[in-house]
Design a protein around this ligand. Structure first.
Ligand code: AMP
Ligand code: MG
Length: 423
């Protein structure tokens, strides 16, 4: 701005800017540009955690492979179980997990069986050991039992030929166990997205060196590193780049050739955007967005060639909030992951007053807890400045206050987004 009029209110302080995007609009625009990476590889299943399945996994076997006992007790024929009174059966053998009873079981007979033991041929029910009296080879069983009880049927978990896990599945610990239970040693997964990240700012110093006047440590690259690590993407740390056109252009040019996504922090606020805008305009198509949210309002997003570019704000909390709301879903899409609702919200009772004006969504850092009556209670982590990283460190959720909401009074309900394990 080089004319001499002073604006009545600088635009960066105006929450009612008509050109602002809502969080959801911004996310949709971003996702429209995120296409899954191509390329697959085979990995040992232990390496499969947080990877994305490239193909459906079809079960080659029945799970469980044989009908077996769900309890420790005695395998019997349901027809022998008395409707009233009691019956005496003859114990003819044992079936342990891994060591089945060899022969058939007839009427009037019982086989001692342990959990996981294969049901002897001819048996269909298990009476649990606490409900019988065994003396020598005589088993006395009372009434109240049911044919088929305490038995796990062959294939009841998964039948041979059934789809066990679908392509696009982001593998969890349970999935690795499931794959092992089917006997898979390796699985096909998509290639990981490659993500380059950097911090920008002349004031930033690397850790391990003393600070001069006006300098601060670069923390954003560490939160980014950690958030990206949890997502299981390939990382390329580009370090800190000063507010220097040549250096920034060089770094971004190299990164764009090398990565699927480049994430920078800093340099997109009103005071610095022109400088970054000029460089990005030469390298690709990047828009500078005002998003009706707090923290995290300025955001640059676009493409450097075929590489997606995110220019996140410099403030440490804004970095984490915008990463969670925009970068994470885009990376999951790029990874080819079919994820259920990533922004599932819970309702909690707010225990304090949260001052707010209508006009933009706020992501207040909160601590949510269960109350004895089964409902949830949430409080803020205290001071909420977007430079106060402790507000994130202490939190286990965002209290999401939609744009139209005004001040929350104690006892009112709010929506929370849990982020434990993610941020
Ligand atoms: P900027 O968006 O570059 O104007 O930065 C906004 C605020 O975030 C300033 O106070 C910066 O000093 C701070 N900041 C920017 N980058 C980082 C970083 N990598 N680590 C910690 N603070 C940062
Ligand atoms: Mg800066």
């Amino acid at each position: 701005m080089n004319d001499s009029t002073i604006p009545a209110q600088p635009s960066c302080a105006d929450p009612f800017e008509p050109g602002s995007l809502s969080v959801e609009q911004a996310r949709l625009r971003i996702l429209a540009h995120a296409d899954p990476v191509t390329g697959t590889e085979r990995v040992a299943i232990r390496q499969g955690l947080a990877r994305v399945l490239s193909d459906d996994v079809i079960s080659p076997i029945n799970v469980p492979p044989r009908t077996n006992s769900a309890m420790d007790g005695y395998a019997v024929q349901g027809a022998d179980l008395p409707a009233e009174g009691e019956v005496s059966l003859r114990i003819i053998g044992e079936s342990y997990a891994g060591t089945p009873y060899g022969g058939p079981l007839g009427s009037g007979e019982a086989v001692r069986i342990m959990t996981g033991g294969v049901m002897p041929m001819g048996s269909d029910s298990v009476v649990i050991q606490e409900q019988v009296v065994a003396t020598g080879d005589v088993l006395r069983v009372g009434s109240g039992h049911r044919t088929g009880q305490n038995v796990r049927a062959t294939g009841e978990d998964l039948a041979e030929g059934e789809v066990a896990l679908c392509a696009g599945r982001l593998l969890t610990p349970a999935d690795l166990g499931l794959l092992a239970s089917l006997g898979f040693a390796e699985i096909g997964v998509r290639r990981r997205p490659r993500v380059a990240f950097l911090s920008t700012g002349d004031e930033l110093r690397g850790i391990g060196t003393p600070l001069d006047e006006g300098q601060i440590y670069d923390s954003n690259r560490y939160t980014l590193y950690a958030m990206l690590s949890r997502m299981g993407v390939d990382l390329l740390d580009l370090g800190v780049v000063g507010d220097d056109k040549g250096a920034l252009e060089e770094t971004l040019t190299a990164a764009a050739g090398d990565a699927d996504v480049v994430i920078s922090t800093g340099g997109v606020s009103v005071g610095e955007a022109d400088f970054t805008r000029e460089i990005l305009a030469r390298l690709g198509q990047v828009g500078f967005w005002k998003i009706a949210m707090k923290p995290g309002r300025p955001l640059a997003f676009g493409q450097l060639g075929s590489t997606l570019f995110f220019g996140l704000p410099g403030n440490p909390v804004a970095v984490m909030v915008t990463f969670h709301q925009f970068v994470r879903p885009a990376l999951l899409r790029l990874a080819g992951a079919e994820t259920p609702d990533q922004f599932a919200r819970l309702t909690a009772v707010c225990s304090e007053r949260l001052r707010k004006r209508a006009g933009r969504a706020e992501f207040t850092r909160g601590i949510v807890e269960s109350r004895p009556d089964g409902t949830l209670s949430v409080r803020s982590t205290g001071r909420q400045g977007s430079g106060i990283l402790r507000s994130m460190s202490l939190a286990n959720c965002f209290i999401v206050l939609p744009a139209e909401r005004e001040t929350v009074e104690p006892g009112e309900t709010v929506q929370v987004e849990l982020f434990q394990g993610m941020l």
